[in-house]
Design a protein around this ligand. Structure first.
Ligand code: PLP
Length: 445
């Protein structure tokens, strides 16, 4: 694996990256985004080594994917072995053990000791689409309720579920029908204040579903137990559990979208565990595959078995190499206790962010769990005015120093931290020093 050392040998981007970036402009659709114009040659642990030999610190994990790192030995070994045996059969044509084993692991790891089944897909969006198909098929209802600030993907149905227009939806409609949006229990920005947030958001939700959709027309409610792209919003305590219970009481399928929060990211296997919620259906993706594309729907056996035989599937879903990678990644999460590590490094991260907040007034709130944390930047702490401009400037200042960070949030003013769960403590600390320098450069020491 690449040495776990931060070092810059050129200004970023270096000449080799610049050359690739020019080639990209001539070959790749400009609609595909690029956070940093840097191209990677090798990666692992908490380091991304670029084609100029610069070793950047990874605070993004390729958007919460490489929890076990980009070259976890167990993933690499199993992928090599599987690729030498066969790359594909299509599980719907002739099966293989890896697919079944991943489903067994998911059924075991997912919250609740009820009887469960799983099905595998290629991407988080595809998993969400299938969760909705399953809920509709099982209930015979069409309506789906999603929240403000939600992100569920970029396919047509998941764009409809996603809240934010730019860049995800703008110009890409018309969108799927029967999607209804309700307010999110966003404590920092709840008009009635933090203390009222859970109760008032829950009441608003119940009223909206009753009045606008009708319980008897509602197939599913879908929620990220900590919202990802929308700003790492941790719902007010109690909100998720009340929603899930209300869904049960009304015969509505509660879908927890754990695509970003799953697999030890938040200091638990799944974020739903923080409120002891057993989702009817849970979608996973991102970190499940140790870097290879894989996603899943896991949930109550009676729901998962509701669609007709042959109703779910796809050519590549649960590809054998992706399954081998997932089994390696899950083995590492268990063997190296990444739940504990995520929680422990998360405390260290919180401490450092609190120190930053004590020195920089632009930080309005620190939130998140485990190694899924964020800071929301505001130009005025009282008025909580979102400060997207400063957020972008600090992000760029970090990027120039070789710190790979991402922003998010409906208002573009949230810095999110998603380092690989296996990042060495020293490297995490060096990365936070670089972040501190970036703040000093943009908003003064
Ligand atoms: C990333 C994400 C998705 C979409 O996953 P893709 O693999 O990009 O299709 C869905 N839901 C959540 C919560 C996500 O963070």
């Amino acid at each position: 694996m690449v040495a776990q050392e931060y070092s810059l040998t050129t200004a970023l981007p270096g000449p080799a990256s610049q050359a690739l970036h020019s080639r990209r402009a001539a070959a790749v659709s400009s609609a595909v985004g690029a956070t940093l114009p840097v191209y990677i040659d090798e990666a692992g642990g908490g380091i991304l080594r670029d084609v100029d030999g610069n070793q950047l610190i990874d605070f993004a994990s390729g958007i919460a994917v490489t929890g076990v790192g980009a070259t976890d030995p167990r993933v690499v070994e199993r992928v090599r072995e599987q690729a030498g045996k066969f790359t594909h059969t299509c599980f719907m044509v002739t099966g293989y053990e890896g697919y079944i084993e991943v489903c067994e692991q998911l059924n075991d790891l997912a919250p609740g000791d009820n009887e469960k089944r799983s099905a595998l897909f290629n991407s988080g969006a595809e998993a969400v689409e299938n969760a909705v198909k399953i809920a509709r098929s099982a209930t015979g209802r069409a309506g789906v309720v999603a929240f403000d600030h939600a992100y569920h993907g970029r396919t047509n149905l998941t764009m409809a579920l996603t809240a934010k227009s730019m860049p995800y939806k703008s110009g890409f409609g018309p969108f799927a029908s029967e999607i209804h949006r309700v307010p999110m229990a966003y404590p920092y920005r709840w008009p009635g204040g933090v203390d009222q947030c859970a109760d008032q958001a829950f009441d608003a939700f119940v009223e909206a579903v009753h009045v606008r959709v009708g319980e008897e027309n509602t197939a599913a409610v879908i929620l990220e137990p900590i919202q990802g792209e929308g700003g790492f919003i941790v719902p007010a305590p109690g909100f998720v559990a009340r929603l899930a219970q209300w869904c049960t009481d009304n015969g509505i399928v509660f879908i927890a979208d754990e695509v970003q929060t799953g697999f030890c990211r938040t200091g638990n296997w799944f974020a739903s565990e923080y409120e002891n919620v057993v989702p009817d259906l849970m979608t996973t993706g991102k970190a499940i595959g140790g870097g290879l594309p894989l996603a899943a729907v896991t949930g109550r056996a009676d729901l998962m078995d509701a669609p007709h035989s042959g109703g779910l599937g796809g050519t590549y879903g649960g590809n054998p190499i992706a399954c081998a990678a997932a089994l390696g990644a899950i083995e590492t999460m268990r063997a190296d206790d990444l739940v504990e590590r995520s929680a422990r490094l998360g405390k260290l991260l919180t401490g450092r962010l609190e120190d930053l907040a004590s020195r920089y007034d632009v930080i309005g709130e620190i939130r998140g769990r485990g190694l899924m944390q964020a800071i929301e930047l505001v130009s005025d702490r009282e008025a909580k005015t979102p400060d997207a401009k400063t957020t972008a400037a600090i992000n760029a200042a970090g990027h120039r120093r070789g710190l790979v960070t991402l922003t998010c949030g409906t208002f573009g003013n949230v810095f999110r931290f998603l380092p690989p769960l296996v990042i060495e403590e020293d490297l995490l600390s060096t990365g936070l020093d670089l972040l501190d320098e970036a703040f000093a450069e943009v908003v003064g020491a």
